[in-house]
Design a binder for this molecule. Structure first.
Ligand code: TYD
Ligand code: MG
Length: 464
C-alpha cells in the first residue's frame, strides 16, 4: 500500500498536501493536523460507511402522518447527576462521546457506572490506555463488585468488534477512541482518519446490535476534542467533563443530546473513593466564603432546571500600566468589558484608570447574563471599598443603557437563595411586572444600574 502524508482540517476534514494556516473549506484557523493515508482498503469487510449503505438498501419517503413516535429504551446509569445530563439514562442503540482533559476523571466515572450498570446489564469495558493490572487497581480503589463486567485491553477495531460479537454486551465503553485503530487504514492511532473510521464502526455496531456505546475522547489544550472535532457531528450525545485539576469538584455538561435537553449539568466531587454526586452544589460553592469583604457579591444562575448560587469576587486597583489589565476567571472576558464600559459611561466610574481582576469562587463558569448585576455590584464594591451585605444576593441582566433586564426562573432563584440563608435579593423590577412572585425574603426591585449605587453607598455620600 502506498502511503502519503496529507494535512487534514480537524474541523471539517478538508485535505491538503501542504499545511495551511486557514482552512479553505470552513475558514478555521490553525486546524490542520498531519495525517498519513494509504490507498482505500480493498476489502469491504470493515469500511463502516459501505456497511451502512448496504444495510439500509433502498429507501422510500414516508408520509408524515404515517410516521410513528419512537420509543427509546433508557437505562439509568445509577448516578443521578449523570442521568440528569443524559436526559434520564443511556439510550439503547445510541453513542455518547464523553470528552475531557486527561486526568479529569473520565475513566474513574466510567468504571463506577460500569459497576452499577453491571447489576442489571452486561458491560464491556475496553481500555487501550491501561493494563489489566492498572484497571484492577483502580476498580479495587472504587470498590467495584464487577458483576457482569468484562474488561478488554485491546486497541485493534477488528478484534474489538469480534469480541463484542462474542460477549454480546448491552453497554460498551471505549476508553479512549484515540487509541483504537484499524489495520485497513494507514495512519497512526489518534489521527483524524483513524478516529473517524473507528468511531463510525462503533456507531454502526451500536445501531445494528442495539447496544449503548460510550466513547471517551481526550481534549487538547484549546478545548477541542483532539484532532477529530468531526466526532461531535457523528455521535448522538456529546458530554464534556470539566473542572479545575486543583479543585475537587467536576462538572458534566451536555453540549449535544439527541435524546434530551442540553441545559442540565451534573456536579461531582472527586474523593479518595472515586466521584461522589453533589446534590447541593450551591452549598459547596459557598463554603468558606469571605464575610464582609469589599468586592464580593453572591449570584444565582440557572443551570437547566437547577438554580446554582456562586460568589463573584472582584479586585479593582490603580493601574501602573498605560493600558489597564483586565483578567476574568469564570465570566466571559468580553462580558466583563461590556459591564465595565456600561459602569464607566452610565455611572461615570473610573475603571479605565484601574486594573480589574474578576473571579468566580470555586472555578465555576457562569455563562448566563443574569449574573451581570452581581458582577457590576462586585466591581463597584471593590472600587468604592464598601462591602456588599453578606445576606444580599443580586440577580439581573444589564443592557447597554444600564437598564436591568428581566431574567427567567426568578422564583426558583429566590427560593434557592432563601434556602441558603440569604435575607435580601436584588431583582429586576421588570421580572416582577410580568409576574408577582411569593418570596419569604426581602426583594429589592431595580430598574437600572443607577439604583445599585444607592444601595451600596450611604445616604449622605453621592459619589465614590
Ligand atoms: P482518571 O479517571 O484516570 O482520569 P482520565 O481518565 O480523565 O484521564 O483519574 C483522574 C484523577 O483522579 C487521577 O489523577 C487520580 C484521581 N483519583 C482520585 O482522586 N480518586 C479516585 O478514587 C480515583 C480512582 C482517581
Ligand atoms: Mg483515562
Amino acid at each position: 500500500m502506498k502511503l502519503k502524508t496529507v494535512y487534514v482540517c480537524s474541523e471539517c476534514t478538508y485535505k491538503s498536501p501542504k499545511w495551511m494556516g486557514k482552512c479553505p473549506g470552513c475558514g478555521a484557523w490553525n486546524s490542520f493536523v498531519e495525517d498519513v493515508i494509504g490507498e482505500e482498503p480493498k476489502s469491504a469487510s470493515l469500511s463502516p460507511r459501505r456497511a451502512l449503505t448496504a444495510r439500509t438498501g433502498e429507501q422510500h419517503a414516508t408520509p408524515y402522518k404515517e410516521m410513528e413516535m419512537p420509543s427509546y429504551i433508557r437505562t439509568a446509569t445509577g448516578l443521578g447527576e449523570l442521568d440528569r445530563v443524559l436526559g434520564g439514562g443511556l439510550v439503547l442503540g445510541s453513542v455518547v462521546l464523553l470528552a475531557g482533559e486527561p486526568g479529569i476523571g473520565k475513566s474513574t466515572l466510567l468504571m463506577q457506572i460500569s459497576d452499577i450498570l453491571g447489576s442489571h446489564r452486561k458491560v464491556l469495558y475496553i481500555s487501550g490506555e491501561e493494563s489489566e493490572g492498572q484497571l484492577k487497581l483502580r476498580a479495587e480503589r472504587l470498590s467495584v463488585a464487577g458483576d457482569n463486567l468484562f474488561i478488554l485491553t485491546e486497541t485493534n477495531i477488528e478484534r474489538i468488534l469480534t469480541e463484542i460479537d462474542r460477549v454480546k454486551p448491552d453497554v460498551v465503553i471505549v476508553d479512549s477512541i484515540q487509541t483504537v485503530y484499524s489495520d485497513n487504514i494507514a495512519s497512526t492511532p489518534g489521527a483524524v482518519t483513524q478516529v473517524r473510521e473507528t468511531a463510525l464502526a462503533f456507531i454502526n455496531k451500536a445501531k445494528t446490535d442495539n447496544i449503548s456505546v460510550i466513547l471517551v475522547g481526550h481534549v487538547n489544550k484549546e478545548g477541542t476534542i483532539a484532532g477529530p472535532k468531526v466526532l461531535e457531528h457523528m455521535v448522538d450525545a456529546v458530554l464534556y467533563f470539566e473542572g479545575e485539576r486543583q479543585q475537587t469538584y467536576r462538572i458534566i455538561r451536555a453540549i449535544k443530546n439527541r435524546y434530551g435537553s442540553t441545559n442540565e449539568i451534573g456536579v461531582f466531587e472527586m474523593t479518595d473513593e472515586g466521584l461522589a454526586e453533589v446534590e447541593n452544589p450551591s452549598e459547596m460553592l459557598l463554603a468558606g466564603r469571605p464575610q464582609n469583604t469589599p468586592g464580593n457579591c453572591a449570584v444565582c444562575t440557572m443551570e437547566g432546571t437547577r438554580p446554582l448560587i456562586a460568589e463573584i469576587q472582584a479586585l479593582v486597583s490603580a493601574t501602573a500600566f498605560p493600558a489597564p489589565r483586565r483578567t476574568s476567571n469564570g465570566i466571559d472576558y468580553n462580558r466583563l468589558c461590556l459591564i465595565l464600559a456600561v459602569l464607566e459611561k452610565r455611572l461615570g466610574l473610573r475603571f479605565s484608570q484601574n486594573d480589574v481582576y474578576l473571579n468566580v469562587i470555586g472555578g465555576m463558569h457562569l455563562d448566563e447574563p443574569a449574573s451581570d448585576v452581581a458582577v457590576g455590584m462586585a466591581l463597584i464594591s471593590s472600587l468604592a471599598d464598601r462591602a456588599v451585605p453578606d445576606d444580599l444576593i443580586a440577580i439581573g441582566e444589564l443592557g447597554l443603557s444600564g437598564e436591568c433586564r428581566a431574567v427567567s426562573g426568578l422564583e426558583y432563584r429566590v427560593k434557592e437563595a432563601t434556602r441558603l440563608g440569604f435575607r435580601r435579593a436584588v431583582v429586576p423590577a421588570r421580572s416582577l411586572e410580568k409576574r408577582q412572585i411569593k418570596a419569604e425574603i426581602e426583594l429589592i426591585p431595580i430598574n437600572s444600574i443607577f439604583e445599585i449605587l444607592k444601595l451600596l453607598l450611604p445616604q449622605d455620600k453621592k459619589e465614590i
